[in-house]
Design a protein around this ligand. Structure first.
Ligand SMILES: NC(=O)c1ccc[n+]([C@@H]2O[C@H](COP(=O)([O-])OP(=O)(O)OC[C@H]3O[C@@H](n4cnc5c(N)ncnc54)[C@H](O)[C@@H]3O)[C@@H](O)[C@H]2O)c1
Length: 333
């Protein structure tokens, strides 16, 4: 995966993945959907994310352990599979740690293209960990944004971010606080990891007309935004039954008004309605995005050196004689 992304270029991968996402969001109602299955522990969460369009089926296994980096592990890792619904056989098994970062960035970019002001020039990036560079590349692909104002409680994470992105032509200002990062930003991406009802973005830090791309609040008891900000914004979500449990809107009443983003893509709901409106993408990550990413990947790597055959399915000559495959088995007396 790393070799493929590096050879093609992450910004190109993100840009070329967007049409796959748009195509699947446009036919959202065709998919078999359910909130992801989450196994919570004091350490973090492990989640399974399945979906199907009745031709192909996909699932992702993903963890979220905010305390992992302090122990030398990543907060998020993932792998997943795509299979053929007609016979249930797997088509592709893939690493999805990198692919998740790319698909999350591509999803943010697809959304920002409809919700951010087209004249957006500056993005605040609050949280500069693993996902952050991908988010910046996604916003450049979507909106042409090159000016970034960044803030992280870990100065080393900010240094790492600049080291990775300055050579790619970004102008990066290291802010002195979350408020300083948000000051004058057209788009604000929050991308922190903390298993807490955190407030990395307060209502009074946000100017009219801003688009907020809220990535990090994606688990019960794990949010990033001041609830007043949700009341002052038009809130767009992926799949309400999942987002009401996991997203920023877990802080709001169960009938809090949201727009399902697929409706914007399908032409059934408006995106941004005025230059003054505050739009907010309450992203938690939904299975259809991983389905789109796996389909994109499968198309891109088919027949190339980036894929390899693995012998994953036992295939007896007689489909009923699985035991017969153990031909040399001699019972021990
Ligand atoms: N919405 C989605 O689809 C999606 C996809 C992937 C990851 N995520 C979430 O995005 C978040 C970031 O993931 P990651 O892999 O980059 O994690 P990471 O641990 O690599 O980076 C998170 C960064 O946030 C910083 N941070 C923590 N609290 C902060 C605060 N109060 N103010 C400023 N910075 C703070 C940390 O120092 C760290 O550098 C996680 O919460 C993860 O669960 C969401």
């Amino acid at each position: 995966m790393a070799r493929w992304v590096s050879d093609v270029g992450p910004e190109t991968v993100i840009a070329e993945m967007i049409p796959y996402l748009e195509r699947d969001f446009a036919r959202w109602e065709r998919f078999d959907k359910s909130p992801r299955t989450a196994s919570h522990t004091p350490f973090g969460v492990i989640e399974l994310m399945p979906t199907s369009d009745y031709e192909q089926y996909a699932f992702k296994y993903v963890n979220g352990h905010p305390s992992n980096p302090a122990k030398g592990f990543q907060t998020v890792t993932a792998f997943g599979a795509l299979s053929d619904v007609s016979n249930g056989y797997p088509i592709l098994v893939s690493e999805m740690t990198l692919l998740t970062a790319l698909r999350t960035a591509a999803t943010s970019a697809m959304v920002a293209r409809r919700l951010a002001r087209p004249d957006s020039r500056v993005m605040a990036m609050i949280g500069t960990g693993s996902q952050a560079e991908f988010q910046a590349l996604g916003m450049r692909a979507a909106l042409g944004i090159r000016a970034l104002q960044i803030w992280d409680t870990d100065p080393a994470a900010m240094e790492k971010f600049s080291r990775n992105l300055e050579p790619l032509g970004f102008e990066i200002r290291h802010a002195s606080s979350n408020a300083d990062a948000a000051d004058g930003a057209d788009v604000i991406t929050t991308c922190t990891a903390d298993k807490a009802l955190a407030r990395v973005l307060q209502n009074d830090m946000v100017q009219p007309g801003t688009h907020i791309n809220a990535i990090g609040g994606d688990c019960p008891g794990k949010t990033e935004l001041d609830p007043q900000l949700l009341r002052n914004s038009t809130v767009f979500v992926e799949y309400p039954p999942q987002t009401r449990v996991e997203g920023e809107i877990q802080q709001m009443p169960s009938d809090f008004d949201v727009v399902e983003f697929w409706k914007v893509i399908a032409g059934e709901a408006a995106g941004r309605r005025s230059p003054q409106e505050i739009t907010l993408f309450d992203s938690v990550g939904f299975a259809i995005e991983d389905f789109s990413a796996l389909r994109f990947l499968a198309d891109q790597v088919a027949g190339t050196e980036y894929e390899a055959d693995i012998d994953l399915v036992a295939e007896p000559d007689d489909p009923k004689d699985l035991f017969g495959m153990l031909g040399s088995y001699v019972p021990v007396r």
